[in-house]
Ligand binder design. Structure first.
Ligand code: NCD
Length: 314
């Protein structure tokens, strides 16, 4: 059976820990003078993105190249999508170039699952609408683990537009599976309707929580997915929920500040808070490459030695 990574949903603590431990190996590769191993030589990884992306697409591409895989990229802009070509036809064309993995981002929830039914290649979900973004959650867990040792017992606030955030869905599952306590902080209009079923507590004010957090995770307002007026104004949202320098000053000394990027400075996080010494936003970006190397290696590299640097195609 072909292995896929479609979501954090269904992954056990052991699955997550296996991936995070393998990530250590690839983080070590990333620190070498030549950060490249031959682990996936001869394999081809395609990125298939129907939505904009800077970090996710570039880090999958970097990860695949550091594993010596060949890469091909499809982006919807400039493609035959504008001529009416369907998703299925597009996937079949890309798959016909002999790809071993398809890394898929699409605005519709469930797309990665559908693509997995249409191809023999491994499928990695790089974000499907408001549903899941599993590699973001994995890199966030890796970042927290690096700074705090383990997530067990951590109290993490996820703040902002939870309703439209695939990052929040995947992170709630990953953080709680690894033993953290999660509190979602948002106005009621930015919470998902089914939040009662989530393994979290909910708060509508950030200020009373600040002194008692081990990490605060800010979400971008997903304006591209919001058609109705869910907040009075961006200015009021920022005043109530934005992580300003004053709010950051009230976090415990060892608390971490995370954001998946891209940030909207002055909305969910101020430029000063993003530059706070406790901000690990750039660490998240760096770890994204190592985590995605681990994911691609687990899916495609069976039987090979992950860190072997003999004969790398340089
Ligand atoms: C996130 C995404 O695309 O879901 N970004 C990312 O992958 N780094 C979050 C966002 O766009 O707000």
């Amino acid at each position: 059976m072909t292995a896929h990574l479609l979501g954090i949903d269904g992954m056990t603590r052991a699955d997550l820990e296996e991936l995070l431990e393998l990530t250590d190996t690839f983080a070590e590769v990333g620190r070498r003078p030549i950060p490249k191993v031959p682990a996936l030589r001869g394999r081809t990884v395609a990125t298939v993105f129907f939505e904009n992306s800077t970090r996710t697409r570039m880090s999958f591409d970097t990860a695949a190249r550091r594993l010596s895989a060949d890469t091909i990229a499809f982006t919807a802009g400039g493609s035959s999508i504008s001529k009416g070509e369907s998703l299925r036809d597009t996937v079949e064309v890309v798959a016909s170039y002999g790809v071993d993995a398809l890394v898929v981002r699409h605005p519709m929830a469930g797309t990665a699952h559908r693509v997995a039914d249409w191809t023999k290649a491994s499928v990695v979900n790089a974000g499907d609408g408001c549903h899941e973004h599993p590699t973001q959650a994995l890199l966030d867990c890796y970042t927290l683990r690096e700074h705090c040792g383990a997530l067990d017992g951590m109290r993490i606030a996820i703040v902002g537009d939870v309703r439209h955030s695939r990052v929040a869905r995947s992170n709630v599952l990953a953080f709680t599976t690894l033993g953290a306590e999660v509190v979602l902080v948002a106005p009621a209009t930015l919470l998902p309707t089914a939040v009662e079923g989530w393994p979290v507590t909910v708060a509508h004010e950030l200020d009373p929580l600040l002194g008692d957090l081990d990490a605060v995770y800010l979400l971008r307002m997903q304006s591209e997915r919001i058609s109705e007026g869910l907040i009075p104004s961006i200015r009021e949202y920022a005043a109530d929920f934005g992580l300003s320098a004053e709010r950051a000053a009230r976090l415990p000394a060892g608390a971490l500040i995370l954001h998946p990027g891209p940030t909207n400075p002055g909305v969910e996080i101020s430029a000063a808070a993003a530059a706070d010494p406790r901000s690990v936003i750039l660490d998240q970006v760096v770890h994204g490459v190592s985590v995605r190397m681990a994911v691609l290696f687990l899916l495609l590299g069976s039987g090979r030695n992950p860190a072997d640097d003999d004969g790398g195609d340089r």
